[in-house]
Design a protein around this ligand. Sequence first.
Ligand code: GLU
Length: 296
Amino acid sequence: MPISSYTGRFAPSPSGPLHFGSLIAAVGSYLQARAQGGRWLVRIEDLDPPREVPGAADLILHTLDSYGLHWDGEIVYQSRRHPRYQQVLDELGRCGMTYHCDCSRARIQDAGGYYPGYCRPRGLGGASHAIRLRMDRPVYAFDDRLLGRISVPAALAEEDFILKRRDGLFAYNLAVVIDDADSGITEVVRGADLIEPTVRQIALYRLLGRNEPSWLHLPLALQADGRKLSKQNHAPALSQRQISQTLWQALFFLGQQPPPELACAQRDELLMWATSHWTTQHIPLHAQMAASANQP
Ligand code: GLU
């Protein structure tokens, strides 16, 4: 039973099964919530159907369950929240905070990779255009609970980023802010690959007048060739058989050191130990090889 107002979340995209890298985000966000007597919610980020793998959402939920990472409340599916995203987009539009854009990717590349606001004064309308945020109050830096003060390049902070794509899909930054704010998330714990979008998300929180959560970005797990362990890089799915061994590795990766007596412990005993001994002070600050995690 939650005993504090802390509310955390894990928000996987169903583009494949969970792998060791996503387990790190799941375990880190779970322990950070549970250690504070807080709630831990799960949201399926099925915002981009072309990138989805059929059955992946159910498989992810089944894997979380079999790893003992039990969530609170109902699962939120982004695919069911389009009217809400549109409502917020319309509100921003009414306040003159958005504009339509018909620029090609090539034009943006030619301009140096960041969108230079070309369509701002053009007054375009029409369903086949992307909708961009007029970024009048950029956020250049934020405080991360683990990494301290993080600054991003000005061009990134100042870019009029996309809220709705020209193919009609809502953009991640819009959906994630609306969902986290509506769910009352007090702290976002996720992988360090999402550090840069954080400034955009903070800018949106401020524009929408919603309470901003605190932020904690966990080190990324790398594969042997130094690339991030990810679905795109074909990271292997989590084992459904060696659950406590894999959890043990995830805890080591996060700098937690279960005592050797727990080497043969069952999943729930390990998670109980991890919840009562969880400390962010020992989490490494940099990406690490997934394979270097000590095994019991
Ligand atoms: N859906 C994103 C992912 O699977 C995570 C988004 C977030 O935690 O903000 O990488």
